[in-house]
Write a new protein. Structure first.
Length: 353
C-alpha cells in the first residue's frame, strides 16, 4: 500500500508504504468528537489522520535505527516517562490546538486565505486522494476532508507566522551587524587524525617539531596563504565577526585571534597566534564584509521573529480552553509502520500559490 507524502504546502511524489503489523489496524469512530476548543469540535477522525501522518515521517527514518517496536519500547521513553507514541501524540495535540488558535486570531493580523489558495488546497487534496489506493488511504485514515483541512491549517500557520513575525520589522538596525571576515589555518598541537580515522596524540618530540614548523608556516603564509595551508595539509576556513562577538568562554572565537584581527587591515596575514591546544594563522579578508553583515542581520531578525511568534502563541495557549476526550484519543494507536518508497519520480504541487 502506498500513500503519497504530504508536506507543508507540498504534495511530494515520494510514496509511503504501509506495513501492517497485525490485523487490519485499529478501527475508530471518525465522527466522534475527540476535542473541543471554544465552540469548535474536532473529530477523532481528523486527529487520527494528523497523528498517523505525523507518525509516517518518523517511521521513514527511525525504524531502521531503533527497530519496529520503537513507538512503545520503554527504552526510548523521554525524561517524563512517555514512550515515543505518547510523546508524539502529545505534540500532535499541541500542534492542532495551535492551528485552531491561529485561525481564530487571523482577523487580528488581517490574514486571509484567498479563493485561489483554497482552490489549490482542494486540488492538491484531490490529487493526493486519487493517486492512492483505498487500502493505503484507510491505513493513513485519510479522507478528502481531512487532507484539505490539514493543508488549510498549514497555510494558516505559515501566514500567521509571517504576520506575527512582522512585528519585528524596524526593531533592528543593520548597522549594528557590521562584520569583519578572516580566513584561518588551525593547527592542533595535541594530536592528529591518522589514515584510519583514529585520533593520535603527538609525542613530546613531535610537538617540538610541530611548533618549529608553525613559525615557518606563518612566514610562508604571508606570501601565499592558501598554498601554504595546502602544502602542510591543513584546510582554510573563514570566520566573520562583529562588535557583538561573544567571548571565547561564552562560545565565541578564540579571544586572541579576535584581538589580532581587530588590529589588522585587509590582506594582512598574522604571525602564529596561540589558542587552546592549537595555533592559528589568519588572513584578514575584509574589514567591512557586506554579505556577512546581511547574513548576520537576517539571522538576528529571524531569531527575533521566532521569539515574537513564540511569545504571542504561548499567550494564546495560556488562555485556551482546549479539551480532549482522553478515552477516545487513546484509541489512536500506531499499529502500522510506514516507510518511504523512493522508486517513484518526485513531483511537487505548491498549494500556497
Amino acid at each position: 500500500m502506498k500513500i503519497k507524502k504530504l508536506t507543508a504546502f507540498l504534495l511530494s511524489g515520494a510514496a509511503i508504504s504501509s506495513v501492517l503489523l497485525g490485523g487490519c489496524g485499529n478501527k475508530i469512530d471518525q465522527d466522534a468528537v475527540a476535542a473541543t476548543i471554544g465552540e469548535q469540535e474536532i473529530s477523532l477522525g481528523y486527529l487520527n489522520f494528523v497523528a498517523r501522518y505525523t507518525q509516517s515521517s518518523y517511521d521513514s527514518f527511525f525504524v531502521s535505527y531503533y527497530g519496529e517496536d520503537y513507538w512503545t519500547n520503554e527504552d526510548y521513553a523521554d525524561e517524563d516517562g512517555l514512550n515515543m507514541q505518547e510523546s508524539v501524540k502529545e505534540d500532535v495535540l499541541t500542534d492542532v490546538e495551535l492551528d485552531y488558535l491561529l485561525e481564530a486570531h487571523m482577523d487580528d493580523y488581517g490574514v486571509e486565505i484567498a479563493d485561489e489558495e483554497m482552490e489549490a488546497i482542494t486540488a492538491a487534496a484531490e490529487e493526493f486522494m486519487s493517486e492512492n489506493t483505498e487500502d493505503a488511504l484507510d491505513a493513513m485514515g485519510a479522507t478528502q476532508e481531512y487532507v484539505e483541512a490539514y493543508l488549510y491549517y498549514e497555510t494558516v500557520y505559515a501566514k500567521m507566522e509571517e504576520a506575527i513575525g512582522a512585528e519585528a520589522d524596524g526593531q533592528l538596525s543593520i548597522d549594528d551587524y557590521a562584520r569583519r571576515t578572516f580566513s584561518y589555518i588551525e593547527i592542533d598541537t595535541v594530536g592528529y587524525t591518522d589514515d584510519d580515522g583514529e585520533y593520535v596524540e603527538y609525542t613530546e618530540d613531535e610537538v617540538e617539531a610541530l611548533l618549529s614548523n608553525i613559525e615557518l608556516m606563518a612566514v610562508l603564509a604571508s606570501s601565499d596563504f592558501d598554498s601554504t595551508a595546502e602544502t602542510y595539509g591543513y584546510d582554510v576556513s573563514t570566520y566573520s565577526y562583529g562588535t557583538d562577538e561573544a567571548s571565547e568562554e561564552d562560545g565565541g572565537f578564540c579571544d586572541a585571534v579576535i584581538t589580532a584581527a581587530d588590529a589588522m587591515t585587509e590582506g594582512d596575514v598574522s604571525e602564529a597566534i596561540e589558542g587552546t591546544d592549537c595555533y592559528y594563522i589568519i588572513r584578514l579578508d575584509s574589514e567591512d564584509d557586506a554579505d556577512a553583515q546581511q547574513d548576520a542581520y537576517d539571522e538576528a531578525l529571524s531569531e527575533l521573529q521566532s521569539e515574537i511568534f513564540t511569545e504571542v502563541t504561548e499567550g494564546y495557549q495560556e488562555e485556551s480552553d482546549f479539551e480532549v476526550d482522553e478515552d477516545l484519543w487513546a484509541q489512536v494507536q500506531f499499529t502500522e509502520l510506514f516507510t518511504i518508497d523512493n522508486t517513484e519520480e518526485e513531483t511537487d504541487t505548491d498549494v500556497s500559490e
